[in-house]
Design a protein around this ligand. Structure first.
Ligand code: RIB
Length: 307
């Protein structure tokens, strides 16, 4: 079928540096580049690269970044008919510092993403009947994300939430709208209110999400792979080993890979493998969208991966 990503679109202003500055310090960086980013856009590109029919719904500003971002998304095969060009505000930007070895800091200025509202959700209603899955993140206003999830439920569409970044007050009522939640360890900890530093805590956190109404919990564990839990089964998934140079967008690749696989009707464990490979490959080059694999690359990795 098709999937929809309802979320943020940013221009990433990326600096490579041998080390990140301390507060008040200036360091001379090595290299600067502008790249398409934003969690919503990255996840859409990840799925489209794998041959999935992918709609992105969101906003950019009426500026040169907005034009560039739309052109880039279209080149990657993402359907951007649902992206509104907002003349009242600039496009979202991500200020990203990447240290040699992969550590990074990101500051996002939402711009047009921060204005996403019910009028954008209304555009979803035309696409939802053609869709198997709605993939959401939290870089646009929470009310709009919740309204989109409610709309998807009316059409029987699977709702997948990457709860990133975690807002201060994530409402409990939201969990019953979520079929699949995919926090990383830090995000899961913020949502459940305790540190997640061992297997017992991972299980405890997963139980809390399940009790609140989520059907599938996937906790991303970075270099340690991932953990998944449903009412019936739970297990750890090993990481797909690569040489990482820049971890920006790894989580987005993971989510896009899972969504693409589920849209093809593959079972959960296979979907998690797709996510793990796409997420890992995203870290092998600079930027979020630049290293995303196509279906052939993914299939080669699947053949050679003993998990
Ligand atoms: O997940 C990575 C993304 O986070 C970047 O592309 C940046 O724009 C921020 O949204």
């Amino acid at each position: 079928m098709s999937i929809i990503i309802f979320g943020s679109i940013n221009m990433d202003l990326v600096v490579q540096t041998h080390r990140l500055p301390k507060p008040g310090e200036t360091v001379i960086g090595d290299h600067f580049v502008t790249l398409g980013g934003g969690k919503g856009a990255n996840q859409a590109v990840a799925a489209a690269r794998l041959g999935t029919s992918t709609y992105l719904v969101g906003r950019v500003g009426a500026d040169s970044f907005g034009q560039e971002l739309l052109a880039g998304l279209n080149d990657f095969g993402v359907n951007t008919q649902g992206v509104f060009i907002d003349k009242t505000i600039s496009s979202g930007v991500g200020m990203i510092n990447v240290e040699t070895g992969g550590e990074n800091t990101i500051i996002v200025v939402p711009g047009a993403n921060g204005k996403v509202d019910q009028s954008d959700v209304n555009r979803l209603n035309n696409i939802l009947p053609k869709t198997s899955l709605l993939l959401l993140q939290l870089e646009i206003p929470l009310e709009a994300v919740e309204a989109a999830a409610i709309a998807a439920k009316k059409f029987g569409v699977t709702v997948m939430l990457d709860p990133s970044p975690v807002p201060d007050n994530f409402p409990d009522r939201f969990y019953s709208l979520i079929d699949i939640i995919t926090p990383n360890q830090t995000e899961a900890a913020r949502l459940v209110g305790f540190e997640i530093n061992d297997q017992e805590k991972i299980n405890k956190a997963a139980n809390i999400f399940l009790e609140k109404g989520v059907k599938i919990v996937v906790i991303k564990l970075g270099k340690n792979g991932a953990f998944y839990a449903t009412e019936k089964e739970r297990d750890f998934l090993k990481p797909f080993a690569v040489k990482s140079v820049d971890t920006v967008g790894a989580g987005d690749g993971f989510n896009g890979g899972i969504a693409a696989s589920l849209d093809r009707g593959l079972p959960l464990k296979e979907a998690l493998k797709w996510g793990a490979i796409v997420g890992a490959l995203t870290t092998t080059k600079e930027g979020a969208q630049t290293a995303l694999p196509d279906l052939k690359m993914l299939e080669n990795c699947l053949i050679n991966w003993v998990n």
